[in-house]
Ligand binder design. Structure first.
Ligand code: NCD
Length: 320
C-alpha cells in the first residue's frame, strides 16, 4: 500500500482526542499507519513527506515510548524534530502555558506534540497556536495515539475490531489510555468491559457504554483482548488500594486469571509496566499471548500515520 496516495478523509487540523472521531476517520488513520509498518522494518526508513516541516515535542510529563516514537516518526518522515526539555526551559521559571504557546508559535512550527498533567492542556494550546497540535496525553483525559496503536495491534491480530470482547483492567479512574480506548473501541463496535476495584472506577462510567466488573475472573470470562493498566500512583491523592500486594492478588493478571479468558486472548499494556503489581512477569513475557512489544513497534507506525494525515491538512511548506 502507498500511504501517501490514500485520499484524506481526516480533515481536522488537530488530533486532540478520540472523542468526536467517526469510525471512518479512525479506519483511515489505522490504514495510513498500517502502510508504515513494513517501511519501519526496512533498512532505509526515510521518506521526505515532511521535508521542510518542523515538529516540536513539548512534554511536561515523563515519557519513554510516546516521546521516542513521535521523534522517530517525525524524523523518518523527513521533518526537523525539536525536543523541548521542560525541566531546563523557561517553563520552570513560571511561564504560563499560553506564553509558552505564543513563544513557540513565533518560531513557526508546523506540528506541536504535547503531553501535560492537566486535562484540557492540549486544547488550550491548540486554541493559541497556528500549527497542528497532537495530544500525547493530557492528565486523565485522552491519549488518542495510544488508543490508535492499541487498535492497530488488535486489528492486525484479529483482522477486525467489531464484535470483539475487550476487558480494560485496573486503574481506569486515572487513565487517559482507558478513556481514549473506550471511546475508540465503542465507535468501532467492540464490547468493552471495565474490571477494577470500585475505588478505581470513574463515576457513571456505564454511560460510556461499558460493562463494569469488580471480579477479575468473572470479567475476563470469554474476553478476546485483555488490556492491563498501570496503577497510576502519581495521580492518586490518598490511598485507593489497601496494598500493592493485595491489589496483585485480586486484580493482577497471572496465569490463573488469564485461564478465564478465551484461549487465544491477546494481552496488551501501554507501558510502563509495574511487574508484580498489575501484571505477572510470566504472562507479560509470554510472546504467544502478550503483544506488549508489538504495541511499541506499532506505536511508531501510528505516529507516522497521524503526522502524515495531519500534514495533508497543513498549507504548503513555506518557501524562503
Ligand atoms: C501511558 C500514559 O502515559 O498515559 N503510557 C504511555 O503513553 N505509554 C500509561 C501510563 O503511564 O501508565
Amino acid at each position: 500500500m502507498q500511504p501517501a496516495l490514500l485520499p484524506s478523509i481526516f480533515s481536522d487540523r488537530h488530533l486532540l482526542g478520540i472523542e468526536g472521531l467517526s469510525a471512518g476517520a479512525i479506519t483511515h488513520l489505522l490504514d495510513l499507519s498500517e502502510g508504515y509498518v513494513a517501511l519501519n522494518r526496512e533498512v532505509q526508513k526515510r521518506k521526505s513527506l515532511l521535508g521542510g516541516r518542523t515538529v516540536v515535542l513539548l512534554f511536561f510529563e515523563t515519557s519513554t515510548r510516546t516521546r521516542t516514537s513521535f521523534e522517530l516518526a517525525g524524523k523518518r518522515l523527513g521533518a526537523d524534530v525539536i525536543n523541548i526539555a521542560v525541566a531546563s526551559s523557561a517553563i520552570k521559571k513560571g511561564e504560563t502555558l499560553i506564553d509558552t504557546a505564543m513563544t513557540l508559535n513565533a518560531m513557526h512550527p508546523d506540528m506541536l506534540i504535547v503531553r501535560h498533567p492537566d486535562a484540557g492542556a492540549a486544547r488550550l494550546l491548540a486554541d493559541h497556536v497556528k500549527c497542528s497540535v497532537i495530544n500525547a496525553g493530557d492528565g486523565s483525559h485522552e491519549h488518542p495515539t495510544q488508543a490508535l496503536l492499541d487498535a492497530l495491534t488488535i486489528r492486525r491480530r484479529f483482522e477486525r475490531i467489531q464484535g470483539l470482547r475487550v476487558a480494560i483492567c485496573g486503574d481506569v479512574l486515572h487513565s487517559r489510555v482507558a478513556r481514549s480506548n473506550i471511546l475508540l473501541l465503542n465507535t468501532m463496535g467492540a464490547h468493552v468491559r471495565i474490571i477494577a476495584p470500585p475505588t478505581l472506577v470513574p463515576a457513571a462510567v456505564e454511560r460510556m457504554g461499558v460493562e463494569v466488573f469488580h471480579d477479575m475472573r468473572k470479567g475476563l470470562a470469554g474476553c478476546d483482548v485483555i488490556m492491563m493498566l498501570r496503577l497510576q500512583q502519581e495521580r492518586m491523592q490518598g490511598s485507593f488500594v489497601p496494598s500493592t500486594r493485595e491489589y496483585f492478588r485480586f486484580f493482577g493478571l497471572d496465569r490463573e486469571k488469564l485461564a478465564e479468558a478465551r484461549e487465544n486472548a491477546l494481552i496488551l499494556h501501554p507501558g510502563p509496566m509495574n511487574r508484580g503489581v498489575e501484571i505477572d512477569s510470566e504472562v507479560a513475557d509470554d510472546i504467544t499471548r502478550s503483544a506488549i512489544l508489538d504495541q511499541v513497534e506499532l506505536g511508531v507506525a501510528v505516529r507516522q500515520g497521524c503526522l502524515d494525515a495531519l500534514s495533508r491538512n497543513l498549507g504548503p511548506a513555506p518557501v524562503f
